[in-house]
Design a protein around this ligand. Structure first.
Ligand SMILES: [Fe+2]
Ligand SMILES: [Fe+2]
Length: 426
């Protein structure tokens, strides 16, 4: 009688070394994908595209984590060891686009399409009994990756909306495909030397646009140098509008964190994973503001936006920029958040109260990220002083530069109280 169990034949299945080698490269490509999307996020003008990239970079970091967990089970304690320089070469090539639609086309229509093909190949070809846990992981992450590709196929034509742009896009895709041939695809197995040639960069593409000095907005938005003015204390409707409009402005935090993902080099994998999560959370805070504005009868583009906070933060180095965000802006924000939470409850506005409560929980996590990574970055960049001195310096930088009246007020109050590191009162 025939057994109900499958009869795996190891001779026509992938061997363990090959699967492990591929998974090692794939986890690296996934975290690099999060860095790429973050780096380009400020340079992409279309509002909805920015939101989607915030989600995708978090999904990519999560996929990287799933693969690393499996590699750990397969006795690979350091999956980053022994990876080739071709990975960084490809990432630099993808980052070097000059237009947002080119960048997205290279990343989604070539790179992520290849990732999906590789995941499908491994899931189909590895041994369904010996390596079932790998198949299970790949089958779980594939639908998210497929959804990313479906989105990109709809989105890119909205950006490359003229014949000339389409031509540029095709020219860029040809170059990116030649880069893939040069490195031997995601597997890193180039053809023998005589049959391959190094990819030739396109003329005029020598200077990458990253990191972006300014953040872009599309034509629906009016830009202002200053943020929305602080309303009177007893102006309840004005206060609610101010709070939720300011949540939409957290897109600038998304952009700052995105650029940090790209600009900070040589940190351990977990730093990029936490930063990707932080970045995605800020994307959701911006979306939360937009949702509440809509419920109050407004569109996100009804009010002038500012990108000035992103711009001045780009002028300071990654260590101070990340410290300003976590140890100053986020740590100093709790007093206001708790007060408004109570005000919303007292006014019977449960919708606003819930939004603020979820935000408080996210922000508590972000301050913890700061406590975890600011000291690590101080070492990384060989900062000579103490944490207290760094935080005091960063608080002063914020007071002198921010265009958000609330941030300025909170930081000045903290300064007056002699607050330094971790003194946010939670
Ligand atoms: Fe936030
Ligand atoms: Fe935050």
């Amino acid at each position: 009688m025939k057994s109900a169990l499958p009869s795996p034949s190891s001779k026509d299945r992938l061997d363990a070394d090959l699967v492990i080698g591929r998974l090692k490269r794939l986890q690296a490509f996934e975290i690099q994908s999060a860095r790429l999307l973050g780096g380009w996020l400020p340079g992409i003008a279309r509002w909805e595209t920015k939101h989607q990239l915030g989600l995708h970079l978090w999904q990519d970091a999560s996929h990287s984590k799933e693969l690393r967990t499996r590699l750990w089970e397969l006795r690979i304690s350091n999956p980053d060891r022994g990876l080739g320089a071709d990975i960084a070469h490809l990432v630099q090539g993808l980052a070097g686009a000059q237009e947002d639609y080119e960048f997205l086309a290279g990343v989604y229509l070539v790179f992520k399409t290849e990732l999906v093909a590789m995941y499908t190949f491994i899931a189909d070809q590895t041994n369904e009994v010996f390596d079932a846990p790998t198949i299970s992981i790949l089958r779980r992450l594939l639908p998210e990756k497929q959804a990313q590709l479906d989105w990109a196929r709809r989105e890119i034509p909205l950006l490359a909306d003229t014949e000339e742009k389409q031509q540029r896009l095709q020219r860029w895709l040809t170059y990116i495909r030649s880069l893939f041939v040069e490195i031997g695809g995601l597997a890193g197995e180039p053809e023998p030397a005589p049959s391959r040639e190094p990819a030739t960069p396109l003329p005029g593409y020598g200077n990458p646009r990253l990191p972006f000095a300014r953040a872009y907005r599309d034509s629906r938005f009016t830009l202002n140098l200053a943020g929305m003015p602080l309303p009177e204390e007893n102006d309840r409707a004005g206060q609610v509008l101010f709070q939720f409009f300011n949540y939409t402005q957290e897109m600038q935090a998304v952009e700052t964190l995105g650029s940090l993902l790209w600009e900070t080099q040589g940190m351990e994998w977990e730093f990029y994973y936490d930063l990707a999560r932080h970045c995605y959370d800020e994307e959701r805070h911006s979306a939360m503001g937009e949702m509440r504005l809509q419920e109050l009868g407004h569109k996100v583009s009804d009010f002038p936006h500012t990108v000035a906070n992103y711009a001045w933060r780009q002028l300071i180095d990654p260590l101070r920029r990340y410290c300003v965000l976590t140890y100053v802006i986020e740590a100093d924000s709790f007093k206001y958040k708790h007060k408004t939470y109570q005000n919303h409850l007292a006014s019977g506005d449960l919708e606003s109260a819930q939004a603020v409560l979820w935000d408080i929980m996210d922000e508590t996590l972000h301050v913890r990220f700061g406590q975890k990574w600011v000291p690590a970055l101080m070492k990384h960049y060989q900062y000579p002083g103490t944490l207290e001195a760094l935080v005091a310096e960063c608080r002063q930088i914020l007071v002198e530069n921010t265009v958000n009246p609330l941030q300025k007020k909170a930081a000045e109050a903290q300064k007056a109280a002699g607050g330094t590191a971790g003194s946010a009162g939670f």
